[in-house]
Design a protein around this ligand. Structure first.
Ligand code: NAD
Length: 498
């Protein structure tokens, strides 16, 4: 055990060994090889990380915008230079394919590029002569120490949604990565320091519920960005809001696709297959439900054939899908498949018995398809977060829209059709925050923000794009009047008039 590398905390610019007695293992999901041990940081260590952020804030908030932004210009280059190494690390601890790991890093890299252009987004407003000789202007000031809590499924992209935007806008940050796969996150943090993030501006603590609760409660944390499950996100939102913080939580999903019979069949089925089973279904924007409308219900055999043709394997061999994150996750997915059968859904493709040559211990689940799925079944009500696609049937687009709007989640949805009128009707009437039209996973690029809705999100503002600048800043309004030296001092005013 002791020969294993340990994951360090980052406090005040130093990578330090935790003094905790509680550790957990970081495990390669394809092989069960233990890669490292990660500490559950102590209360004192969390407090020290926050104190380091607070001390650094006094200088950092006054650091020129360009100086702050240029660090991210450097960081994006360092990430590009180290892409292959980062992807290999990510694949080893998370399981996704190398190609997908590069995608994970690249989508985060785009946010780093965005952070390098922060100046134009953090501008105030100015109105001259709001009254005679009186001007009003606003400044968008950073909040102080902010915190980020991230999930296992995008260990590069999601930390990069958070700390670059918070720091570029003048805040300092405490990051709490997923304890299941913190290694690539830590490598990105090292690169951030190499790019010039000063000591104390970025801090990292590791841990589980106790550490997260400490961040939610601490008076010096001003805002929390959380990405993860609905259960934990709801807890974080309630607890941190009660402690007076600004909170945004991006949470779980059940994303529906609608396939109309006029869709380009080949393209629609390919996209659906990729979005349902890619990353072993462990994407918050995975299409885990497809509503086949009318004649499209006849396409089931072709969909099953496409799913069957996908290659399952260790991420390092670049198959179509890798293992799920842990043995526990695989057991949970198997349990839900059993429940689906017991609830009366038809198992059109069963991925439970998949085996991968050379990797007898991997957490593999093959593509699985249920048809005849109905609301009320566990496989429909719960986020499975594995390579399981639920198929439902509808006679009309209106019926499909009604079904989706009745589902509590609102992360993403997609329609496949060749009809502009149908697509327009869908985009207008669907109550989901991110809509794809012949685009299966409509995650916006950082010019926009991620905009999940309803039960998939708590808080008003999204994690990147323009919205996050509002999240990480407080608008201060200044109303000013200047007197000429020789102007008469006038009379004392006791009425309100500007
Ligand atoms: P999770 O909620 O289990 O963990 C997220 C974070 O919360 C981790 O850092 C973890 O250490 C911490 N945590 C876990 N249990 C906790 C508890 N009881 N109290 C306090 N903190 C706790 O999520 P996960 O399994 O790592 O990630 C998968 C989930 O994340 C899925 O539901 C997925 O849909 C969601 N997700 C959502 C988005 C989005 O943008 N909406 C993006 C990615 C993932």
């Amino acid at each position: 055990m002791s020969h294993l590398p340990t994951v360090k905390l980052l406090i005040g610019g130093e990578f330090v060994e935790s003094r905790t007695t509680e550790w957990r293992e970081v495990v390669n999901p394809a092989t069960q090889e233990v890669l490292a041990r990660v500490p559950m940081a102590t209360a004192d260590e969390v407090a020290a990380a926050i104190a380091a952020g607070k001390a650094a804030f006094t200088r950092w908030k006054k650091t020129p915008i360009g100086t702050r932004a240029r660090i991210f210009l450097k960081l994006q280059q360092l990430i590009r230079d180290n892409m292959k190494e980062l992807a290999a690390l990510l694949t080893a601890e998370q399981g996704k394919t190398l190609a997908d790991a590069e995608g994970d890093i690249f989508r985060g890299l785009e946010v780093v590029e965005h952070a390098a252009n922060i100046g134009t987004l953090q501008l105030g407003e100015y109105a001259e002569n709001v009254a005679g000789g009186v001007d009003t202007y606003t400044v968008m000031q950073p909040l102080g120490v902010c915190a980020g809590i991230t999930p296992f499924n995008f260990p590069a992209m999601i930390p990069l949604w958070m700390f670059p935007m918070a720091i570029a806008t003048g805040n300092t940050f405490v990051l709490k990565p997923s304890e299941q796969d913190p290694l690539v996150t830590m490598r990105l943090v090292e690169l951030a320091l190499q790019a010039g993030v000063p000591a104390g501006v970025l801090n990292v603590v590791h841990g589980g519920p106790d550490v997260v609760n400490a961040l939610c409660d601490h008076p010096d944390i001003k805002a929390i960005s959380f990405v993860g499950s609905t259960r934990v996100g709801t807890h974080v939102y309630n607890r941190a809001s009660l402690a007076g913080k600004r909170v945004q939580c991006m949470m779980g999903a059940k994303n529906h696709a609608v396939v109309l019979p006029d869709a380009n069949k080949e393209q629609a089925l390919n996209q659906l297959t990729g979005a349902a089973f890619g990353a072993a279904g462990q994407r918050c924007m995975a299409l885990s439900v497809a509503i086949l409308v009318g004649e499209a219900q006849q396409w089931l055999p072709e969909l099953v054939a496409k799913a069957q043709s996908l290659r399952v394997g260790a991420g390092i061999d670049n198959p179509d899908l890798g293992p799920v994150i842990s043995c526990a996750a695989r057991e949970r997915i198997h349990g839900l498949i059993e429940r689906g059968v017991a609830d009366g859904a038809s198992l059109a493709l069963d991925g439970r018995d998949v085996s991968v040559a050379g990797y007898p211990h991997g957490n593999f689940v093959g593509p699985t398809i249920f048809s005849d799925v109905k609301p009320g079944m566990s496989i429909y009500e719960q986020e499975i977060f594995g390579p399981v696609l639920c198929l439902m049937a509808a006679d009309t687009l209106d019926e499909a829209i009604e079904l989706i709007n009745a589902n509590p989640n609102g992360n993403g949805t997609a329609i496949f059709t060749q009809s502009g009128a149908a697509a327009r009707c869908f985009q207008e009437d669907i109550d989901v925050g991110q809509v794809g039209v012949n685009v299966p996973i409509p995650v916006p690029v950082p010019l926009f923000s991620f905009t999940g809705s309803r039960a998939s999100k708590l808080g008003d503002l999204g994690p990147y794009g323009k919205q996050v600048v509002l999240f990480y800043t407080q608008t201060k309004t200044v109303t000013s009047r200047w007197f000429d030296d020789d102007a008469s001092s006038g009379k004392v005013q006791t009425t309100i008039s500007l």
